[in-house]
Design a protein around this ligand. Sequence first.
Ligand SMILES: Cc1cc2nc3c(=O)[nH]c(=O)nc-3n(C[C@H](O)[C@H](O)[C@H](O)COP(=O)(O)O)c2cc1C
Length: 236
Amino acid sequence: MKITVIYGNNRRGSTYHSTEIIKKAMLECGEVAFEEVWLPKDLPEACLGCFNCILKGEGHCPHNQYVSKILDKIISSDGIILASPVYGLDVSGAMKTFIDHLCFMWMPHRPHGEMFSKIGFVVSTAAGGGTRRTNQTMMKALNYMGLRRIYSYGRAVAASSWEDVADGKRLLIKKELSKKARRFYFDLLKRRSLRVRTFTRILFMMMKGMISRYKDDNLDKEYWRAMGWLKDSKPF
Ligand SMILES: Cc1cc2nc3c(=O)[nH]c(=O)nc-3n(C[C@H](O)[C@H](O)[C@H](O)COP(=O)(O)O)c2cc1C
């Protein structure tokens, strides 16, 4: 099994250590290979809003040299972990930059067929508040890419570093996260046979209707047609 982990900061802090708990619990269940992406190191440029990815193709993104490497990792993985600290009550800017660069493969544009059978896990830590909103931001991105199922976990750690997190809190995080990580692992084993969520089915049908009504052909419409999705085919 292969998992891509995207870290929303370059720091070995509470978010990183929480993710380590997930990784350890999964490795106790069986064989897992982890590919790691560190932001902003592995994607140091913000989206310029040039629309090239949407209108001309993702290969035309001025930052394709970074984005394509990350995408290759994701597409060849069974699951994706997005791990972000809370900055200003939401994801880190680096995580948002990553999400922006992948909007071309959200369902209103050109979702990748492989994404529909992958499972996600979003995790965040805050000093006090904001993990709920932060996890929602990351979940929304994965939902719009069509993921089959998404786990989430957020905790206020009342600290600026993992070393300063109280022992009792660390134990609680370990207990709760290990439990979720085991469920994540066993879902991954049967990911292609898991039920497709109503949200995914409805959004896909809405986008099919919207795109088929486009008067002129564009890249998105050509893609949906080539995939057979404007007729009876579905990516799930
Ligand atoms: C720029 C910045 C903004 C932050 N904003 C918030 C916030 O809005 N709410 C909060 O509770 N903590 C906030 N924090 C604290 C971090 O979310 C918290 O310490 C988190 O556990 C850090 O994760 P890390 O150890 O993985 O770096 C902020 C920290 C930084 C550096």
